[in-house]
Design a protein around this ligand. Sequence first.
Ligand code: G3H
Ligand code: 13P
Ligand code: ZN
Length: 323
Amino acid sequence: MTHYKELGLVNSRELFKKAMAGGYAIPAFNFNNLEQLQAIISACVETKSPVILQVSKGARKYANQTLLQYLAKGAVEYAKELGYAIPIVLHLDHGDSFELCKSCIETGFSSVMIDGSHLPYEENVKLTRQVVDFAHQYDVTVEGELGVLAGIEDEVSSEHTHYTRPEEVEDFVSRTGVDSLAISIGTSHGAYKFKLKPGETVPPLRFDILEEVEKRLPGFPIVLHGASSVPQEIVDEINRYGGKLENTAGVPEEQLRRAASSAVCKINIDSDGRLAVTAAIRKVFYEKPSEFDPRNYLGPAREKLKELYKHKIINVLGSAGKA
Ligand code: G3H
Ligand code: 13P
Ligand code: ZN
Protein backbone atom coordinates (compact mmCIF):
# COMPACT_ATOMS: atom_id res chain seq x y z
CA MET A 1 0.00 0.00 0.00
CA THR A 2 1.27 3.45 -0.93
CA HIS A 3 -0.78 6.11 0.80
CA TYR A 4 -1.30 9.34 -1.13
CA LYS A 5 0.17 11.41 1.71
CA GLU A 6 3.51 9.67 1.11
CA LEU A 7 3.41 11.15 -2.41
CA GLY A 8 2.68 14.66 -1.14
CA LEU A 9 -0.90 14.65 -2.49
CA VAL A 10 -4.09 15.90 -0.80
CA ASN A 11 -7.70 14.73 -0.97
CA SER A 12 -10.41 17.05 -2.29
CA ARG A 13 -12.24 17.86 0.98
CA GLU A 14 -10.56 21.15 1.94
CA LEU A 15 -10.30 22.28 -1.68
CA PHE A 16 -14.05 21.88 -2.16
CA LYS A 17 -14.82 23.67 1.10
CA LYS A 18 -12.81 26.69 -0.03
CA ALA A 19 -14.19 26.55 -3.58
CA MET A 20 -17.75 26.52 -2.23
CA ALA A 21 -17.11 29.51 0.01
CA GLY A 22 -15.20 31.39 -2.69
CA GLY A 23 -17.59 30.80 -5.61
CA TYR A 24 -15.11 29.11 -7.93
CA ALA A 25 -14.43 25.55 -9.17
CA ILE A 26 -11.32 23.38 -8.99
CA PRO A 27 -10.05 22.30 -12.42
CA ALA A 28 -10.10 18.55 -13.03
CA PHE A 29 -7.88 17.96 -16.04
CA ASN A 30 -7.41 14.45 -17.48
CA PHE A 31 -3.93 13.22 -18.29
CA ASN A 32 -2.19 10.09 -19.49
CA ASN A 33 1.28 11.25 -20.54
CA LEU A 34 4.24 13.38 -19.53
CA GLU A 35 3.56 16.41 -21.73
CA GLN A 36 -0.03 16.73 -20.48
CA LEU A 37 1.18 16.53 -16.90
CA GLN A 38 3.87 19.15 -17.48
CA ALA A 39 1.31 21.45 -19.10
CA ILE A 40 -1.19 21.04 -16.25
CA ILE A 41 1.34 21.60 -13.47
CA SER A 42 3.06 24.56 -15.08
CA ALA A 43 -0.30 26.22 -15.90
CA CYS A 44 -1.49 25.73 -12.32
CA VAL A 45 1.75 26.95 -10.76
CA GLU A 46 1.81 30.06 -12.96
CA THR A 47 -1.77 30.88 -12.01
CA LYS A 48 -1.44 29.62 -8.41
CA SER A 49 -4.41 27.28 -8.82
CA PRO A 50 -5.12 24.04 -6.94
CA VAL A 51 -5.64 21.11 -9.30
CA ILE A 52 -7.22 17.70 -9.63
CA LEU A 53 -5.15 15.40 -11.83
CA GLN A 54 -7.68 13.05 -13.29
CA VAL A 55 -6.98 9.55 -14.64
CA SER A 56 -9.58 7.32 -16.29
CA LYS A 57 -9.44 3.52 -16.23
CA GLY A 58 -8.20 3.57 -19.83
CA ALA A 59 -5.61 6.24 -19.05
CA ARG A 60 -4.29 4.22 -16.11
CA LYS A 61 -3.87 1.22 -18.35
CA TYR A 62 -2.20 3.36 -21.02
CA ALA A 63 0.24 5.10 -18.70
CA ASN A 64 0.92 2.14 -16.36
CA GLN A 65 -0.07 2.26 -12.69
CA THR A 66 3.51 2.19 -11.37
CA LEU A 67 4.66 5.01 -13.60
CA LEU A 68 1.55 7.01 -12.65
CA GLN A 69 2.46 6.85 -8.99
CA TYR A 70 5.90 8.27 -9.67
CA LEU A 71 4.48 10.83 -12.09
CA ALA A 72 2.11 12.09 -9.38
CA LYS A 73 4.95 12.27 -6.86
CA GLY A 74 7.05 13.98 -9.49
CA ALA A 75 4.26 16.48 -10.14
CA VAL A 76 4.34 17.56 -6.49
CA GLU A 77 8.12 18.09 -6.65
CA TYR A 78 7.93 19.72 -10.11
CA ALA A 79 5.50 22.35 -8.79
CA LYS A 80 7.93 23.18 -5.97
CA GLU A 81 10.78 23.37 -8.44
CA LEU A 82 8.73 25.81 -10.54
CA GLY A 83 8.41 27.96 -7.44
CA TYR A 84 5.00 27.31 -5.86
CA ALA A 85 3.70 24.23 -4.03
CA ILE A 86 0.09 23.97 -5.23
CA PRO A 87 -2.30 21.40 -3.66
CA ILE A 88 -2.55 18.39 -5.99
CA VAL A 89 -5.25 15.69 -5.94
CA LEU A 90 -4.82 12.42 -7.86
CA HIS A 91 -8.33 11.31 -8.82
CA LEU A 92 -9.77 8.23 -10.53
CA ASP A 93 -12.23 9.39 -13.20
CA HIS A 94 -15.29 7.16 -13.82
CA GLY A 95 -14.25 4.19 -11.69
CA ASP A 96 -16.54 1.33 -12.68
CA SER A 97 -15.93 -1.24 -9.94
CA PHE A 98 -15.04 -1.58 -6.27
CA GLU A 99 -11.87 -3.47 -7.23
CA LEU A 100 -10.60 -0.66 -9.48
CA CYS A 101 -11.27 1.98 -6.81
CA LYS A 102 -9.54 -0.16 -4.17
CA SER A 103 -6.53 -0.71 -6.40
CA CYS A 104 -6.22 3.03 -7.10
CA ILE A 105 -6.47 3.84 -3.39
CA GLU A 106 -3.74 1.27 -2.68
CA THR A 107 -1.46 2.80 -5.29
CA GLY A 108 -1.60 6.42 -4.19
CA PHE A 109 -4.85 8.00 -5.44
CA SER A 110 -6.25 10.57 -3.00
CA SER A 111 -9.74 10.65 -4.51
CA VAL A 112 -11.88 8.27 -6.56
CA MET A 113 -15.07 8.45 -8.52
CA ILE A 114 -17.34 5.44 -8.43
CA ASP A 115 -19.69 5.84 -11.34
CA GLY A 116 -22.75 3.72 -10.74
CA SER A 117 -24.94 6.11 -12.69
CA HIS A 118 -25.80 3.49 -15.31
CA LEU A 119 -27.02 1.05 -12.66
CA PRO A 120 -30.50 0.82 -11.16
CA TYR A 121 -30.72 3.28 -8.21
CA GLU A 122 -30.43 0.75 -5.37
CA GLU A 123 -27.41 -0.91 -7.00
CA ASN A 124 -25.75 2.49 -7.44
CA VAL A 125 -26.31 3.19 -3.71
CA LYS A 126 -24.90 -0.20 -2.70
CA LEU A 127 -21.77 0.00 -4.86
CA THR A 128 -21.06 3.61 -3.92
CA ARG A 129 -21.47 2.84 -0.20
CA GLN A 130 -19.01 -0.06 -0.52
CA VAL A 131 -16.38 2.23 -2.10
CA VAL A 132 -16.96 4.99 0.48
CA ASP A 133 -16.55 2.55 3.37
CA PHE A 134 -13.19 1.41 2.02
CA ALA A 135 -11.95 4.85 0.89
CA HIS A 136 -12.76 6.67 4.11
CA GLN A 137 -10.56 4.30 6.10
CA TYR A 138 -7.67 5.95 4.27
CA ASP A 139 -9.10 9.49 4.19
CA VAL A 140 -9.61 9.20 0.43
CA THR A 141 -12.55 11.28 -0.87
CA VAL A 142 -15.25 9.77 -3.09
CA GLU A 143 -17.33 11.23 -5.91
CA GLY A 144 -20.60 9.52 -6.86
CA GLU A 145 -22.93 10.19 -9.78
CA LEU A 146 -26.69 10.44 -10.27
CA GLY A 147 -28.12 10.91 -13.74
CA VAL A 148 -26.49 9.89 -17.01
CA LEU A 149 -24.65 12.14 -19.45
CA ALA A 150 -25.00 11.47 -23.15
CA GLY A 151 -21.74 10.50 -24.87
CA ILE A 152 -18.91 8.08 -24.21
CA GLU A 153 -17.03 7.61 -20.95
CA ASP A 154 -14.48 4.79 -21.11
CA GLU A 155 -16.43 1.78 -22.40
CA VAL A 156 -19.87 2.97 -21.32
CA SER A 157 -21.89 5.11 -23.67
CA SER A 158 -25.37 6.59 -23.61
CA GLU A 159 -27.16 8.06 -26.57
CA HIS A 160 -29.46 10.23 -24.47
CA THR A 161 -29.15 12.42 -21.42
CA HIS A 162 -30.94 11.25 -18.29
CA TYR A 163 -31.10 14.35 -16.15
CA THR A 164 -30.43 14.00 -12.44
CA ARG A 165 -33.66 13.70 -10.47
CA PRO A 166 -33.33 16.22 -7.62
CA GLU A 167 -35.75 14.20 -5.48
CA GLU A 168 -33.11 11.43 -5.24
CA VAL A 169 -30.06 13.43 -4.17
CA GLU A 170 -30.61 13.70 -0.40
CA ASP A 171 -31.31 10.00 -0.06
CA PHE A 172 -28.28 9.12 -2.23
CA VAL A 173 -25.84 11.35 -0.38
CA SER A 174 -26.99 10.36 3.09
CA ARG A 175 -27.07 6.62 2.37
CA THR A 176 -23.75 6.47 0.51
CA GLY A 177 -21.68 8.99 2.48
CA VAL A 178 -20.10 10.40 -0.71
CA ASP A 179 -18.02 13.59 -0.47
CA SER A 180 -19.22 15.07 -3.78
CA LEU A 181 -21.86 14.35 -6.38
CA ALA A 182 -21.67 14.52 -10.18
CA ILE A 183 -24.97 15.52 -11.74
CA SER A 184 -26.39 15.54 -15.25
CA ILE A 185 -27.77 18.93 -16.34
CA GLY A 186 -27.21 18.79 -20.10
CA THR A 187 -23.45 18.49 -20.55
CA SER A 188 -22.06 15.43 -22.32
CA HIS A 189 -18.70 13.80 -22.92
CA GLY A 190 -16.55 14.22 -26.02
CA ALA A 191 -16.11 16.82 -28.76
CA TYR A 192 -19.58 16.40 -30.28
CA LYS A 193 -21.87 17.61 -27.55
CA PHE A 194 -24.40 19.50 -29.62
CA LYS A 195 -25.17 19.06 -33.30
CA LEU A 196 -26.45 22.43 -34.43
CA LYS A 197 -28.37 23.21 -37.59
CA PRO A 198 -27.52 26.53 -39.28
CA GLY A 199 -28.72 29.45 -37.15
CA GLU A 200 -29.20 27.31 -34.03
CA THR A 201 -27.36 28.02 -30.76
CA VAL A 202 -26.36 25.68 -27.95
CA PRO A 203 -29.28 25.04 -25.57
CA PRO A 204 -28.70 26.34 -22.02
CA LEU A 205 -27.73 23.91 -19.28
CA ARG A 206 -30.54 22.95 -16.89
CA PHE A 207 -29.68 25.42 -14.14
CA ASP A 208 -33.14 24.80 -12.70
CA ILE A 209 -32.05 21.24 -11.82
CA LEU A 210 -28.76 22.50 -10.33
CA GLU A 211 -30.66 25.03 -8.19
CA GLU A 212 -33.07 22.37 -6.97
CA VAL A 213 -30.12 20.12 -6.05
CA GLU A 214 -28.44 23.01 -4.21
CA LYS A 215 -31.64 23.64 -2.25
CA ARG A 216 -31.81 20.02 -1.18
CA LEU A 217 -28.08 19.69 -0.42
CA PRO A 218 -27.01 23.08 0.95
CA GLY A 219 -23.22 23.53 0.92
CA PHE A 220 -22.59 20.14 -0.70
CA PRO A 221 -19.95 19.98 -3.50
CA ILE A 222 -21.37 19.30 -6.95
CA VAL A 223 -19.30 18.09 -9.93
CA LEU A 224 -19.80 18.88 -13.59
CA HIS A 225 -18.56 16.35 -16.15
CA GLY A 226 -18.47 16.87 -19.90
CA ALA A 227 -17.49 20.52 -19.52
CA SER A 228 -15.33 21.07 -22.59
CA SER A 229 -16.28 24.06 -24.70
CA VAL A 230 -14.87 22.76 -28.00
CA PRO A 231 -13.39 26.15 -28.98
CA GLN A 232 -14.26 26.94 -32.59
CA GLU A 233 -10.83 28.45 -33.29
CA ILE A 234 -9.12 25.20 -32.31
CA VAL A 235 -11.55 23.14 -34.39
CA ASP A 236 -10.87 25.49 -37.34
CA GLU A 237 -7.12 25.10 -36.85
CA ILE A 238 -7.40 21.31 -36.87
CA ASN A 239 -9.42 21.45 -40.08
CA ARG A 240 -7.06 24.01 -41.67
CA TYR A 241 -4.14 21.63 -41.19
CA GLY A 242 -5.77 18.56 -42.67
CA GLY A 243 -8.16 17.41 -39.95
CA LYS A 244 -11.84 16.66 -40.34
CA LEU A 245 -14.03 17.67 -37.43
CA GLU A 246 -17.45 18.72 -38.58
CA ASN A 247 -20.37 20.35 -36.84
CA THR A 248 -18.97 20.26 -33.32
CA ALA A 249 -20.08 22.40 -30.39
CA GLY A 250 -19.42 22.36 -26.66
CA VAL A 251 -20.64 24.05 -23.50
CA PRO A 252 -20.32 27.86 -23.76
CA GLU A 253 -17.80 29.23 -21.28
CA GLU A 254 -20.28 31.77 -19.81
CA GLN A 255 -22.46 28.88 -18.70
CA LEU A 256 -19.50 27.18 -17.04
CA ARG A 257 -18.60 30.43 -15.26
CA ARG A 258 -22.13 30.60 -13.92
CA ALA A 259 -21.91 26.98 -12.74
CA ALA A 260 -18.51 27.60 -11.11
CA SER A 261 -19.92 30.41 -9.00
CA SER A 262 -22.60 28.07 -7.60
CA ALA A 263 -22.25 24.77 -5.71
CA VAL A 264 -20.27 23.30 -8.61
CA CYS A 265 -16.81 22.84 -7.06
CA LYS A 266 -15.16 20.60 -9.68
CA ILE A 267 -15.30 20.98 -13.46
CA ASN A 268 -13.99 18.18 -15.69
CA ILE A 269 -12.19 19.07 -18.90
CA ASP A 270 -10.58 16.50 -21.18
CA SER A 271 -11.72 16.93 -24.79
CA ASP A 272 -10.58 20.57 -25.13
CA GLY A 273 -7.06 19.45 -24.20
CA ARG A 274 -7.18 16.67 -26.79
CA LEU A 275 -8.24 19.19 -29.42
CA ALA A 276 -5.45 21.64 -28.49
CA VAL A 277 -2.80 18.91 -28.73
CA THR A 278 -4.17 17.72 -32.07
CA ALA A 279 -4.21 21.24 -33.53
CA ALA A 280 -0.61 21.95 -32.51
CA ILE A 281 0.74 18.64 -33.82
CA ARG A 282 -1.16 18.93 -37.09
CA LYS A 283 0.23 22.43 -37.63
CA VAL A 284 3.84 21.23 -37.24
CA PHE A 285 3.34 18.30 -39.60
CA TYR A 286 1.53 20.46 -42.15
CA GLU A 287 4.18 23.17 -42.16
CA LYS A 288 7.21 20.89 -41.75
CA PRO A 289 6.46 17.52 -43.33
CA SER A 290 10.06 16.42 -42.77
CA GLU A 291 9.87 16.87 -38.97
CA PHE A 292 10.42 13.65 -37.04
CA ASP A 293 11.80 14.60 -33.63
CA PRO A 294 8.85 14.13 -31.20
CA ARG A 295 10.11 17.00 -29.04
CA ASN A 296 9.50 19.34 -31.95
CA TYR A 297 5.81 18.50 -32.18
CA LEU A 298 5.03 17.43 -28.62
CA GLY A 299 6.76 20.59 -27.35
CA PRO A 300 4.39 22.98 -29.21
CA ALA A 301 1.46 20.76 -28.20
CA ARG A 302 2.51 21.07 -24.55
CA GLU A 303 2.74 24.85 -24.89
CA LYS A 304 -0.72 25.15 -26.49
CA LEU A 305 -2.18 22.92 -23.80
CA LYS A 306 -0.65 25.06 -21.06
CA GLU A 307 -2.16 28.21 -22.56
CA LEU A 308 -5.56 26.52 -22.81
CA TYR A 309 -5.43 25.46 -19.14
CA LYS A 310 -4.38 28.93 -18.00
CA HIS A 311 -7.30 30.41 -19.89
CA LYS A 312 -9.73 27.95 -18.25
CA ILE A 313 -8.34 28.63 -14.77
CA ILE A 314 -8.35 32.42 -15.09
CA ASN A 315 -11.42 33.09 -17.23
CA VAL A 316 -13.74 30.13 -16.68
CA LEU A 317 -13.21 28.35 -13.35
CA GLY A 318 -11.99 31.28 -11.30
CA SER A 319 -9.43 29.20 -9.38
CA ALA A 320 -6.41 31.44 -10.11
CA GLY A 321 -4.74 32.67 -6.95
CA LYS A 322 -6.64 30.17 -4.77
CA ALA A 323 -3.73 27.76 -4.12
O1 G3H B 1 -15.07 11.06 -19.30
C1 G3H B 1 -14.15 10.50 -19.86
C2 G3H B 1 -12.81 11.13 -19.97
O2 G3H B 1 -12.78 12.08 -21.00
C3 G3H B 1 -11.76 10.07 -20.10
O3 G3H B 1 -11.78 9.49 -21.36
O4 G3H B 1 -11.83 7.03 -20.94
O5 G3H B 1 -11.04 7.95 -23.13
O6 G3H B 1 -9.64 8.20 -21.07
P1 G3H B 1 -11.03 8.07 -21.64
P1 13P C 1 -15.19 16.48 -21.82
O1 13P C 1 -15.24 15.36 -22.80
O2 13P C 1 -16.27 17.48 -22.05
O3 13P C 1 -13.85 17.12 -21.76
O4 13P C 1 -15.49 15.87 -20.36
C1 13P C 1 -14.48 15.25 -19.61
C2 13P C 1 -14.99 14.51 -18.44
O5 13P C 1 -16.11 14.66 -18.00
C3 13P C 1 -14.07 13.59 -17.79
O6 13P C 1 -14.68 12.86 -16.78
ZN1 ZN D 1 -16.73 12.45 -17.10
